[in-house]
Design a protein around this ligand. Structure first.
Ligand SMILES: [Zn+2]
Length: 474
């Protein structure tokens, strides 16, 4: 494996070598659930899902954790506005988020921990930090003492003194140092609260990701991801807490996806954001182009670059996807007409193999999906030429496998998505495949066979190749 990854820490690409051979621990900060998803939610989900799929394509076992922040100021105030419980609001928004991400072909994380279900872990971590002299308690809560962590700012290259930081820390006389941040917030009347050694209260936002990555990945991540706006202060604070607690390096690679921008009426572009009032709801975008086209639009720009949102660009992605499925369907018809042929190399299968090499080279180079998509289109062009020139069926078989592998890595459906399905059914199939994979790992073959046979009855054919299961509708 020769994947080179750019890390925000160090600002350079380095060879990816997981801490434990054959295993990758990946943590991606998930959403704060208080409203419907906007387009900005889709980008990190699709980007990190694609990275995960590429690592799994190499046979690595990826533990992919993405949390749900279900306790937060925004949730509490929105629940009050709506006159519902914070927990009910958070659950409803989480369900909606999961449905939307599934429509985009985003696989479920290995673990999706909720903050509110990890309060004891957070309390233990805070107590540990208190014990090490890295945190202090006063009437407003418990604070992380920045002065105790001289490395603060190491990853993002920023600290709270930055003149130009968008995230000015709230000034508060209760803090020793204005840079200190809250680990535990003392309860306020009418707000949800949990018991703790420092009185009733609730956790600060940053501590939840440290506690959950600590619980599931031993505070040692191969990849920590999230949107660029999380690099500072959220990730810098996670790093400080975690490393102060363990003395170990928290994350080997810090990956941050770029912003989504929109055209401004007076020219130029600006960052999309709910607070700016220029955010587009994801479900509205789904009406312009299907979820698969939206995924293709996201992958058409390198994940670190700004991504321009424009309805015309979604339509262009939809057209590009049309070309892929037109070709695949033509290919399937040809193969169905001559099912007995054995795969043979040469001709167009060689052209497609060269495209596959370029696909891997692109993905190896910091997950360059625009280049990878160019390689996919090269393979498609090879097939179209082969079909025109009546290439041997055996070659077509090889080419179809190559194209399906590429689509699998990119998380694009292997068949033309139904216009109105929104991917819900696909999500259920993916879920069943994951359960079946777990059953196979646990050597529960009767269960694994039942799932395969049951899917077959529903017209879904599984194909186990190279340790991975792909599926097609018959
Ligand atoms: Zn986080």
């Amino acid at each position: 494996m020769t994947i080179r990854i750019y890390s925000t820490e160090g600002r350079t690409k380095t060879l990816f070598t997981p801490r434990l051979p054959g295993r990758v621990s990946m943590y991606v900060c998930g959403p704060t659930v208080y409203d419907s998803c906007h387009v900005g939610h889709a980008r990190p989900a699709v980007v990190f899902d694609t990275i995960r799929r590429y690592l799994e394509y190499f046979g690595l076992t990826v533990t992919f954790i993405s949390n749900i922040t279900d306790i937060d100021d925004k949730i509490i105030s929105r629940a009050r506005e709506l006159g519902v419980s914070w927990r009910g609001l958070a659950r409803r928004c989480q369900d909606e988020y999961e449905r939307d991400m599934s429509a985009l072909g985003v696989l479920s994380p290995s673990i999706r921990p909720r903050a509110s279900e990890h309060i004891p872990e957070m309390i233990r971590l805070i107590a540990g930090l208190m014990g090490k002299g890295c945190a202090y308690h006063n009437s407003k809560g418990v604070w992380f003492d920045i002065a105790s962590f001289p490395d603060y700012g190491r990853m993002s290259g920023r600290n709270q003194d930055d003149e130009n930081t968008e995230h000015r820390v709230e000034q508060d006389d209760a803090k020793k140092n204005q840079q200190d941040f809250a680990l535990w917030k003392a309860a306020k009347p009418g707000e949800p609260a949990w018991e703790s050694p420092w009185g009733p209260g609730r956790p600060g936002w940053h501590i939840e990701c440290s506690a959950m990555s600590g619980k599931y990945c031993d505070f040692q991540l191969d990849i920590h991801g999230g949107g660029a706006d999380l690099a500072f202060p959220h990730h810098e604070n996670e790093l400080a807490q975690s490393e102060a607690y363990t003395g170990l390096r928290f994350a080997r690679h810090w990956l941050h996806n770029g912003f989504i921008t929109v055209d401004k009426a007076d020219g130029g572009d600006e960052k999309m954001g709910k607070s700016k009032g220029n955010a587009f709801w994801l479900r509205e975008a789904f009406k312009i182009a299907g979820p698969a086209a939206l995924r293709l639009w996201i992958l058409g720009t390198h994940y670190r670059m700004p991504l321009l949102y424009k309805p015309e660009l979604l339509s262009a992605a939809e057209n590009s996807l049309e070309r892929v499925y037109n070709c695949l369907e033509e290919l399937t018809r040809n193969l169905a007409a001559a099912p007995e042929a054995l795969p043979v190399a040469g001709g167009i299968s060689d052209a497609a193999s060269r495209a596959e090499v370029r696909f891997r080279e692109a993905m190896d180079d910091d997950f360059n999906t625009p280049q990878a998509l160019a390689a996919l289109h090269e393979a498609i062009a090879a097939v179209n030429a082969g079909l025109r020139d009546s290439a041997p069926t055996g070659q077509l078989k090889i080419v179809r496998n190559i194209i399906c592998d590429m689509l699998g890595v990119l998380g694009l459906p292997l068949e033309r998505p139904a216009k109105d399905a929104g991917g819900g059914a696909d999500g259920v199939i993916e879920l069943l495949i994951r359960i079946r994979n777990e059953a196979r790992k646990a050597k529960d073959f009767p269960l694994s066979d039942r799932i395969r046979d049951g899917l077959k009855e529903l017209g879904v054919e599984l194909n186990d190749r190279g340790g991975k299961s792909t599926w097609t509708r018959k």
